[in-house]
Design a protein around this ligand. Structure first.
Ligand SMILES: [Zn+2]
Length: 454
């Protein structure tokens, strides 16, 4: 049983036993092997299979594994892991042809889903629809596979232990939010010489303490308090499958995704002169200006972690990220979004410079901005509102338009973004200005058009 809405832009995801069930997981296993054969002409492949902390994980995993095996796949079961560790296996284990991660990411506990790697890349868009078509046509290859277990943690920790061997100890607090990150965060951070205090370390699919989404301010309350209590220099939060990161500075202030990108891109550009740095359309002009000022080439791209990851590859960029906390390092890593790794890079910058986050962001002009505003609407309205805004702001000397993803209108003293979410019936807005009055003016000018249409 499944509802086709689960086939989304970047992954397959829905409410378990309502929008898909274990029989679907079996069919997905069969479809994966069949898709791989269609695309690469290879049967009897080796893939890793991991999952996050959700309660439905083991049931889904068992069916998925059976489906894969019945289409000839050797399943290497890696257990409870983060999504980035699932990606890691496709880069660091030469015999592995792909990976499936069973995860509901930061969604509520009743959700679950699949992030799917074919070769070294995660599939998205049309490729995900291909899997649906194979399932609907029952166009499966047959075979006789098997399942074995594979320990990935030692290779993972060993790799980064070497890389960060110069790390000086700093006081850091981690918040795993009872997500999958807790399975390995302590081992990884202690291996590089840090002694983090870790909140909500034990993976628990009911998420009993707070929702595992560190880019929403209300989920950072415990992390803020602990940072202040301990006088830590930074607090780092991870989402449910640890591919998104959120930061709190030493004063307990939430650091936005684009500010985090400013401090990292400054460091990355020191060793990658003239490099392209990728951000999404939700990021502040201050990020793009700062990249330029540091000798880099800013590239604004569409929102969506698969799209940013792809763009980094195409542009041979060392670093990129999204406002939402997906942060990608091709510099010294494999170009995917590993929040535990990104956290280590932040710790490394702090430990090398001896500066706190406020000091590392020095020189960044002041700005007044909103966070990302997500407004529930309908599939139809979200598209119409963006269209209407484009019509209401024809080319003019007063402002300029960027239509890469939705519409981003740049005024002399700030900008407004409106885009239709790829994954939900949601309109995304964000506003920024260099003055408080400017922010109010820009926001009310756009909202005067948007609000009556909702
Ligand atoms: Zn996630």
């Amino acid at each position: 049983m499944f509802n086709t809405v689960i086939f989304r832009e970047y992954d397959i995801r829905g409410v378990y036993n309502k929008e898909f069930d274990k029989d679907f997981a079996y069919l997905l296993g069969r479809a994966y092997a069949s898709y791989f054969y269609q695309k690469h002409g290879k049967k009897n492949i080796n893939i890793t299979l991991g999952h996050d902390a959700r309660l439905s994980a083991s049931e889904i995993k068992a069916s998925l594994s059976q489906g894969l095996q019945d289409s000839g796949v050797t399943v290497h079961y890696i257990g409870l892991v983060t999504s980035p560790i699932s990606y890691f296996t496709t880069f660091e284990f030469p015999n592995i042809d792909g990976a499936i991660m069973v995860t509901g990411s930061h969604n509520p506990p009743e959700y679950n889903g699949f992030k799917i790697s074919v070769g070294k890349g995660t599939i998205f868009g049309e490729e995900i629809q291909e899997l649906r078509k194979i399932i609907e046509a029952k166009n499966f290859i047959d075979g006789k596979g098997s399942e074995k277990t594979l320990d990935v943690f030692s290779a993972y920790v060993e790799k980064y232990k070497k890389e960060f061997s110069q790390m000086k100890p700093i006081k850091v607090v981690l918040d795993c939010g009872n997500g999958a990150g807790g399975i390995i965060a302590r081992k990884l951070y202690e291996a590089v010489g840090l002694k983090p205090t870790i909140l909500f370390e034990k993976p628990d699919g009911t998420f009993p303490n707070h929702h595992p989404d560190p880019t929403v301010e209300k989920n950072l309350v415990d992390l803020k308090n602990q940072v202040l209590k301990e006088g830590a220099v930074v607090g780092i939060g991870f989402d449910g499958d640890a591919d998104r990161i959120g930061l709190v500075d030493h004063t307990g202030r939430m650091v936005y995704g684009d500010e985090l990108m400013v401090l990292v891109s400054r460091a990355v550009l020191k060793n990658n002169k003239g490099a392209k740095i990728i951000g999404d359309v939700k990021c502040s002009d201050r990020l793009y200006d700062d990249i330029k000022n540091c000798g880099g080439v800013p590239v604004m791209w569409k929102t969506g972690h698969s799209l940013i990851k792809e763009k980094i590859k195409v542009e041979k960029s060392p670093f990129g990220g999204e406002m939402s906390g997906h942060i990608f390092f091709a510099d010294r890593n494999h170009g995917y979004d590993d929040a535990l790794y990104a956290g280590l890079r932040v710790c490394e910058i702090i430990s090398q410079t001896g500066k706190n986050i406020a000091e590392l962001l020095e020189g960044l002009p002041e700005a007044y901005n909103t966070p990302e505003l997500r407004i529930d609407t309908t599939e139809e309205k979200k598209v119409n509102i963006v269209k209407t805004l484009i019509e209401k702001f024809p080319e003019s000397s007063e402002y300029s338009l960027n239509l890469i993803d939705g519409v981003r209108i740049s005024f002399p003293d700030g900008w407004a973004l409106a885009r239709a979410s790829n994954t939900q019936p949601v309109l995304v807005l964000r506003f920024e200005s260099w003055t408080k009055q400017g922010l109010e003016r820009i926001q009310s000018r756009i909202e005067a058009i948007v609000n009556p249409m909702l």
